[in-house]
Each structure stands twice: as structure tokens, then as C-alpha cells.
Design a protein around this ligand. Structure first.
Ligand SMILES: Cc1cc2nc3c(=O)[nH]c(=O)nc-3n(C[C@H](O)[C@H](O)[C@H](O)COP(=O)(O)OP(=O)(O)OC[C@H]3O[C@@H](n4cnc5c(N)ncnc54)[C@H](O)[C@@H]3O)c2cc1C
Length: 526
């Protein structure tokens, strides 16, 4: 199967591999001569009525750590170098430019426009009157979000675990979102790819069947509708799936799936409604490169991107997925507050295939082994379902299968630690296909090469946290810098609950669910 993957079968833009710092750092800091510019035509004024441009030179600004004049691009962190604006104007009709870098004021700046960043923006826009800027090195779906399979599932989750409340709350919020759309006469299938297919978590041995039955008890106790099907009963609702005589399935009728790209694009479109009110602005193809820190209190006050300076007067939120660790470490180090956020990129392949005519799936599928392969040490144990290949470092494959909103067969999934590499690998693609064929015998009659002709491969970097939990909340002693990352393989599912929690924290309200398991305290170190 060597050479199975041709460039045409890898979807472009699904993933990218770069060091956010290795490029696009402006080199023209040598002049920081500020000047005031009246915005004729008021385009920016119209967009930015609330997020008005800061007219620097007042006492508060003077205390800010600021990008400054080193010709090698390195930063002065104390005080402002360069000229001040010639006069102070408190009007939003003016923009302030410093050495070609525009400076803009917002209440909140979000770094990363994946599902997490965009849902936080949505929550802020709908539930507060704060202004929001969102920055991305590329754009929405450039990271893990664009690769996600779209399961909004409870079937493989564990009641009473640290994450349970967040998962359950998020699922509830997704459902409320869908109900609102339906109530407005809109079609969630068309807008979000939302399908309430129900889920089947399957096992092939008597031990796995027993584990599935145990799960039914736990989930039912936690209020989730759940049922165990023996192999023969399962065949009645899902004839294409083979689990052997001793196997069985856990059926959750209320589990759903989305198309991440559709959902993100809909959320983005709704966020953009607030642009005309001056409350929302997107800065894409514009990586965040430096933090700005106040001299007075030492707080993070904003972000410098490759093109401008964005102040986040209430908070700067880091939601940069797998890039969060390298990004924050570099940016924090520049300001002399060493900070380690242990998020690692965990590479995943998904195969989007032309569906063989003989293969129909009525539900989302996953093998029970998936529950264990989500959390792993950096070098996972070699189990019967794990493959370790010298050139692959570490890899595990666990079967997931679903039909997407366009009728394609989507097969997953792989996990491996391969740094920021996003190249598709034949050995991984073959392993996913072979694993899926064990459960879906119809695939044995098909050639992967043929099925890939009408499909493609998606690759994404999951933001993995070693303790298996996302990290959400303010950085200790840095209250204006918040983290919302580390959702690994469940960020699509957990996005709405995360966004709700972040906004409650910003507003100083009690959080609806216990936020302590996700606190950065003791999980990122300075
Ligand atoms: C194969 C696969 C299948 C998955 N299936 C599911 C599933 O079925 N259900 C589920 O719930 N989850 C699933 N996930 C997980 C889910 O996709 C992620 O948890 C989620 O997308 C993470 O979202 P995020 O916004 O944190 O990160 P990302 O989507 O990675 O977004 C981070 C963003 O930060 C940006 N960025 C990076 N550096 C900078 C910088 N310097 N400045 C500004 N921006 C920057 C990137 O461009 C990117 O857009 C899957 C993931 C993969 C890979």
C-alpha cells in the first residue's frame, strides 16, 4: 500500500505545522514614532464604535510594557519608547499607529479561532456587552477543529469523573442551541451537520460485553438513557456491524454528531453580526507573537500580533489548542515570567471515504477500547491495539465510524505523539482501515485506494493534557491571562460548557459547574 496517499487525498487547510514564532514576527520595530491618524471614511470607526482605538500617552498607557525599538525584533518590556501622540483624543474616530503597528482596544482578546475560541466569543457576545477580538495564525478550522469527527457523545464518558459535569453541561448546551434553531424554523442538519443518530459503543469479547453492561448501569444512574444490546439484538438496528457471538453494544439513543466545519462557520457567521455594532473583530492570518504587560500591576494587558497591537482590557484568553504550550512559554519568557502549560500536540488521522454501496450505518460507532486510548502517557503501553513503529514514535488506533452530513463514510481514529507533524502516513491510514474492517465486514470487499478516490484524509493535532482534563481559568498571579485549552479528543463536545465557564469567570460569577478540576493552579507552573 505504499504511496497510497497522494496530495489530492489530503484535505488542504485541515492542519498546519509551524512554529508560531519562527516567522511573521515584524522586523520593522526600529521606528516606533507614533502619530495620530484620522480615519476618513470612518470604516474602522463604524466597525469599532465600542472597541475604540486607544489614544496612547495617558498615564495608564505609559505604564504598559510595550513593543519597542530593537532592530532585531526583540522586545523592551519596560515603558514606551518612541514618540507619543501629539494630542489626546478620547474619540473613537481616531486610530493610533506606532511604527506602522495599529493599536486597538477591546475588552477581551482571544488567541485561537478553533471551536473553543469561537464559542467563547459567541458566549461573550450573546451574554455580555463586552467587545471581543479574536486572533488566529491562520483561521477557523486550521487546527484540530477542522479535523474532528464531530461526536457529541456521552456513551464513552465516565459519570462522576472530573470531566463529567463539563461534558454533560456542554451536551445540554449543544441541544439547547439546536432546539433554538429548530424553534426559529432553521435546520440544524444543514447549518451544523447536526444528526441525532444515537451511538453504539461496541465490544467483541465477553469481558468487553460485561464492561459495556457496567457502563449502562453507571450512565443510567447518571440520568443518561442507555441500553445494552447483545450481538443479535444489535444486528436488528445495525446490520452492517460485526461484533462476534460474545460481543455486544451500549446504545445511547440521544447521542448526536455535528460537522465541525459547518458548525464553526455558522457560529462565526452569528458572531459577525456583532461586528456592525463594533463589538466583534476577527484578525486572521495574523499570529499572536508577544504579550503586553503592564508595568504597574504586572498584568497581561494585550497581545501583539504580526500586524498590530490589541489590548484586552478585561482579559486575554489563550485558546490556541495544541499550540498553546509553545506559544505561551515563548511569550511569557519574553516578559520574564516563566510559565509551563503542559499541552502537547497529539496527531490524529481520519479517513473520509466514499461510502461503499453495500455499507449503511444508522448510528455513530466506536469500539470500547477507545475509552482507554484517549488518556495515555507520552509513550503509551503497547497493547494488542497499539502499534509502535520506530519512525512513528508511538501510535494507537481505535475504531470509530460514522456517516457524515454529506453521506461519506468517516473512519477513525489514530493517536500519536509526533510533534507538530501533520503529514499523512500510509501505515496509519492502513491501520485505521484494517481496524474498521474488523467491525464492518463490507469494507473487506472494497479497496481503500478506490474509496479514497472519492474522499480524503483529515489530520489534526489534538491538544493533549497529561492528566486528561482541559485547563480552564486564570493563570495564577496573572488574573487577566486566561487559559482555555487542552480538550484533547473532546473539544467539539466540551466547547459550549467551556465557553460558559470562561465567561462566568470573566464576569466574576459563580460557575454553574465545578470549575476546580480544570483550574490552571498546580497544573501549569511558573
Ligand atoms: C482526528 C480527530 C478527531 C476528533 N474527533 C472529535 C470528536 O468526534 N468530538 C470531539 O468533541 N472532539 C473531537 N476531536 C477533538 C477536537 O477537534 C479538539 O479538541 C478541538 O477542535 C480543539 O479545539 P481548539 O479550539 O482548542 O483548538 P484548535 O481547533 O486546534 O484551534 C487552535 C487555533 O489556534 C491557532 N493558533 C495557533 N498558533 C497561534 C498563534 N500564534 N496566534 C494565533 N492563533 C494561533 C490555530 O491556527 C488554530 O486555529 C477530534 C480531533 C481530531 C484530531
Amino acid at each position: 500500500m505504499a504511496g497510497l496517499i497522494s496530495p489530492a487525498t489530503v484535505s488542504s487547510g485541515d492542519c498546519f505545522s509551524f512554529s508560531p514564532f519562527s516567522r511573521q514576527i515584524p522586523r520593522d520595530f526600529s521606528t516606533v514614532a507614533g502619530f495620530l491618524r484620522v480615519k476618513n471614511g470612518a470604516d474602522l470607526h463604524q466597525r469599532m464604535k465600542r472597541a475604540h482605538f486607544r489614544v496612547s500617552g495617558n498615564a495608564e498607557d505609559m505604564s504598559k510594557s510595550r513593543i519597542s525599538a530593537n532592530s532585531d525584533g526583540s522586545m523592551f518590556k519596560d515603558g514606551i519608547r518612541g514618540a507619543r501622540p501629539s494630542k489626546s483624543l478620547g474619540s473613537s474616530e481616531y486610530s493610533y499607529s506606532s511604527g506602522g503597528l495599529e493599536k486597538l482596544d477591546f475588552d477581551i482578546v482571544i488567541i485561537g479561532a478553533g471551536i473553543i475560541g469561537l464559542t467563547i466569543a459567541r458566549q461573550l457576545l450573546l451574554n455580555t456587552d463586552l467587545s471581543v477580538a479574536i486572533v488566529d495564525a491562520k483561521g477557523p478550522c486550521a487546527g484540530a477543529t477542522g479535523a474532528g469527527q464531530g461526536y457529541i457523545w456521552m456513551g464513552y464518558r465516565t459519570p462522576e469523573s472530573d470531566k463529567w459535569e463539563l461534558e454533560a453541561r456542554s451536551k445540554q448546551l449543544w441541544e439547547e442551541f439546536v432546539q433554538e434553531l429548530e424553534a426559529s424554523g432553521l435546520e440544524p442538519l444543514k447549518l451544523l451537520g447536526w444528526k441525532k443518530t444515537g451511538s453504539l459503543l461496541v465490544g467483541t469479547t465477553s469481558e468487553e460485553s460485561a464492561a459495556l453492561q457496567e457502563r449502562v448501569k453507571l450512565l443510567s444512574k447518571a440520568g443518561i438513557r442507555a441500553e445494552f444490546f447483545s450481538a443479535s439484538s444489535m444486528h436488528l438496528i445495525e446490520p452492517a456491524v460485526e461484533v462476534g457471538k460474545e460481543g455486544g453494544a451500549l446504545f445511547i439513543p440521544d447521542d448526536s454528531q455535528i460537522d465541525a466545519k459547518l458548525a464553526v462557520s455558522f457560529i462565526q457567521e452569528k458572531n459577525r453580526v456583532f461586528t456592525s455594532q463594533g463589538r466583534y473583530e476577527e484578525f486572521f492570518e495574523e499570529p499572536a507573537v508577544h504579550f503586553l504587560r503592564s508595568n504597574r500591576k504586572g498584568h497581561i494587558e494585550g497581545v501583539q500580533t504580526s500586524k498590530r497591537v490589541l489590548y484586552g482590557n478585561k482579559a486575554v484568553i489563550l485558546a490556541a489548542g495544541a499550540w498553546s504550550c509553545s506559544l505561551i512559554e515563548k511569550m511569557a519568557e519574553e516578559l520574564s515570567f516563566p510559565l509551563h502549560v503542559p499541552v502537547k500536540p497529539r496527531k490524529g488521522h481520519l479517513l473520509v471515504l466514499e461510502r461503499p454501496q453495500t455499507l449503511q450505518l444508522n448510528h455513530g460507532l466506536m469500539e470500547i477500547g477507545y475509552c482507554n486510548h484517549q488518556i495515555a502517557s507520552v509513550l503509551p503501553d503497547v497493547s494488542s491495539r497499539s502499534i509502535v513503529h520506530s519512525s512513528l514514535h508511538s501510535l494507537s488506533v481505535s475504531m470509530t465510524a460514522t456517516i457524515d452530513s454529506e453521506g461519506s463514510l468517516v473512519l477513525g481514529s489514530s493517536r500519536q505523539f509526533a510533534g507538530f507533524d501533520c503529514e499523512p502516513e500510509d501505515v496509519v491510514v492502513n491501520s485505521i482501515f484494517e481496524r474498521a474492517a474488523k467491525f464492518l465486514p463490507a469494507l473487506n470487499k472494497s479497496s481503500l485506494r478506490e474509496l479514497l478516490k472519492g474522499g480524503h484524509i483529515r489530520i489534526g493535532l489534538r491538544p493533549y493534557m497529561p492528566d486528561g482534563k482541559p485547563i480552564i481559568g486564570p493563570v495564577p498571579n496573572m488574573p487577566k491571562l486566561m487559559l482555555a485549552t487542552g480538550h484533547e479528543g473532546a473539544g467539539l463536545c466540551m466547547a459550549f460548557g467551556t465557553a460558559e465557564m470562561v465567561v462566568e469567570m470573566i464576569l466574576g460569577n459563580a460557575t454553574k459547574i465545578d470549575c476546580r478540576p480544570f483550574s490552571p493552579k498546580d497544573r501549569c507552573c511558573k
